[in-house]
Every structure is written in C-alpha cells, then in structure tokens.
Write a protein that binds this ligand. Structure first.
Ligand SMILES: Cc1ncc(COP(=O)(O)O)c(C=O)c1O
Length: 384
C-alpha cells in the first residue's frame, strides 16, 4: 500500500457525523428516519415556482459576493420587524451557503491560535472542529438535564483573558431549550467590559413554543458584538438548498467577508432571488412556523402516550428528547442502533453532542415529519 503522503490529521478525533451514520443505518434497515433533522414534506409551492422562474430568467451566473441586494434587503426588513434591529443591508448582512458555512466563517474570521471559545454542551457538532481548525481551544460549559439551562456561574468561571468568543444556540438543538431575557442580561453583564464576540446560532428562531425568541439582534448591547446566523433551510423546509445568512455590525461583517470571499465567494444565485421574492410576498409564512411545528410536536407527544419513553419538555426546535431508562440500560449509541435495526425507528443518541461522550441515556427524535410518518413511528415506539 502506498504510504505517501503521510498526513497527520488536523482533526484526529473527527469521524463521520452521527447524522450520516444513523441515516445510513435507517436506509439499510428500512427504518423510519426520525434521526436527521430534515422535513419529509414539500417546501411552499410559491417558493419552488420562483426558483424555476429565476432559473429560466437567466440568474445562472455569479451573484454579488455578499448576496443579491433584494435578499439582503428582505433579511434586513425581517430583523427590523421581528427584533427591532437595524442592520445596513449593504455592509452588515452576508448570504451564506448554509448556517454551517456562516458559523465556520465567523470562527475562522475571529479565532487565532491560543484563543478560547466557550461552547455549551450538548453542542452542535460543527462548532468544535471549526474552532480546532482555527487553532483555538474550546471551553465546554455543561447544560444540565432535564432543563438544560445555562449555568451563569460556570460561564463566569470559564471566561478569562484568552476568551475570544461565546457560541450561543437558542432555540437549542438537541434539547429544545430556549434562552430567556434573564439569560441575555447575564450574557451582557459578563461580556460588557471585554472584547469577547458572540456567535448566535439562531437557525430555529421561528420554531419556538414558549416565550419569545431572544435573538442576540434584539439586545442592542449584545448586537454590537454579535454574528447572528439563521438558515432558510429550517424556515422554508429547504435544508438541501443550503442558503442562510449572517448579520453583524459593519466591522465584524468586513472581517467575515474577507474569509467568505475565499471560502465560497458567493451562493447559488436563483435560490437567493427566489427567497427574496418569497420573503417579500409572504412574510407570514415564517410567522406561522411556530404554530405549524407546535401542532406536530403535540401530535407526536399524543401519539407517544402509553409508551415507556419519558418525553422531556420541548420549548423550541423540531426535536423531542426522551429518556429510555425504563426500557433498557444500554448506552445511548447502542440503544439508538438497536432501536433502528430491531424496532425500525432511527433516532440520534444525545451523547453524540457531548464532547466528552457523557451519556445521559437520552435520545432525540425529529418531528419535522408528516403525521403519517410520526404516527407510524409512534406505533412502533409504543410497542417497545
Ligand atoms: C443548531 C444548528 N446549527 C446549524 C445547522 C446547520 O444549518 P445549515 O443546514 O443551514 O447549514 C443545524 C442543522 O441541523 C443546526 O441544527
């Protein structure tokens, strides 16, 4: 076997993500896939019509680096309408190839070797590899079950002179926990006299069942040090389009764009124009998303009545966590494999979100599915 070139991995601890692993297992065993977070229903027809229109109308060459002007204007209007936040669409909003790219770009733009980044665990899987590649180190602050609320004493203890960034994900994947006004006030207090920047992963901003979404954009003091990221994938049932955005004050956006232009340079042109048209013609679609997913959450929870799974509270996102310790004492990864192979329902083991592998014996269901899928899955789960 050819052993050249020898390539010491820059990410020696990273394998294939659990989402890919569980989806593959679901396909192999014909299981219902409540694992990976994507809808099994269609995007709005009017959005698809607009995409087709712009493909045929000639939007097939490079759009501007930061995104097409009408989409950036629609995003700025939305941020103003929902959060009272004024962003200049020219200099403060950048359209990205999914939230994942926005998160990676913000980290690459800010984090230098030796810097520290605070993340909360359970933690979305892309954050830590991005920090590692930038030469930074993460400090992990644990969110304790069953509420998964931030412990501000622990955050204060994790902050030091090397802290460059804090990554905030609300509503939170996988726990469905939602930060409150008091949390934002604490965040403001702890960062006030520092140069810490904040990265808000707000891809589930519209999917919230209790209280209001506390966007970093809503809080003027936080906004001025924040990259605020959201994803059209989650809002318009188009996770495969990979279009998202990052809003940040001009100075931060300028640094963000320096990386963005050499990373992707620009994002799929007809999708951007279609999204701009759809956002302007139907702003109510996103406003109705919370009710749409509340109905799905409640449907799934009702269908699960009588099962031996213990469902945890879910205040936002389209994920429902469950304890299974009345059913099995297997570790969660083994339990998730067993459930997929033997019982025909694929789920995500929550330890996959734990950097140290802590196993709270929790699994995550995705309820962004048709009622027929949810009912069929719940029928299998009730029999476990
Ligand atoms: C918390 C969180 N952040 C970011 C993403 C990635 O979003 P995108 O598909 O737009 O890259 C996801 C997708 O599941 C997510 O759950």
């Amino acid at each position: 076997m050819n052993t050249r070139p020898a390539l010491p991995s820059r990410l020696p601890n990273v394998g294939t993500t659990i989402f890919t692993v569980m989806s593959r297992l679901a396909n192999e065993h014909g299981a219902l896939n409540l694992a990976q977070g994507f809808p099994d229903f269609a995007p709005p027809a009017a959005l698809l019509e607009r995409l087709t229109f712009h493909l045929h109308a000639g939007a097939n060459q490079y759009p501007p680096m930061a995104g097409v002007a009408p989409l950036r204007a629609a995003i700025a209007d939305k941020l103003q309408r929902l959060y009272g936040a004024r962003y200049d669409s020219e200099s403060e909003i950048t359209v990205t190839a999914g939230a994942t790219q926005a998160i990676f770009t913000a980290i690459a733009a800010c984090v230098r070797p030796g810097d520290e980044v605070i993340v909360f665990a359970p933690v979305y899987d892309s954050y830590i590899p991005a920090v590692t590649l930038a030469g930074g180190r993460v400090r992990v602050v644990a969110l304790a079950p069953p509420q998964f609320r931030p412990d501000w004493g622990a955050v204060a203890a994790a902050i030091n002179a090397r802290t460059r960034m804090i990554i905030v994900n609300t509503p939170h994947n996988p726990t469905g926990a939602v930060w409150m006004g008091a949390d934002m006030a604490e965040l403001a207090r702890l960062t006030r006299a520092t140069d810490i920047v904040l990265l808000g992963d707000e891809v589930y901003e519209h999917i919230i069942f209790s209280g209001r979404h506390e966007s970093l954009a809503r809080w003027p003091e936080l906004r001025e040090r924040s990259f605020v990221v959201s994803s059209f994938g989650k809002t318009y049932h188009i996770t495969g389009w990979k279009v998202a955005y990052c809003a940040a004050p001009a100075g931060l956006s300028a640094e963000f764009r320096k990386v963005h232009q050499f990373n992707v340079f620009t994002v799929h042109h007809p999708s951007q124009l279609a999204l701009a048209d759809f956002m302007t013609s139907d702003p109510g679609f996103a406003d109705g998303l919370a009710e749409f997913y509340r109905a799905k959450r409640d449907f799934f929870r009702r269908q699960m009545e009588g099962s031996r799974f213990e469902l945890l509270p879910c205040d936002g996102t389209y994920f429902q966590m469950a304890r299974y310790d009345h059913i099995s004492d297997l570790p969660d990864v083994e339990f998730a494999r067993w459930l997929t192979i033997e019982k025909g329902v694929a789920v995500i083991p929550v330890s996959a979100f734990m950097p140290d592998g802590t196993d709270h014996r929790l699994i995550r269901f995705c309820f962004a599915k048709n009622e027929a899928t949810l009912a069929a899955a719940a029928e299998r789960l009730r029999a476990v």
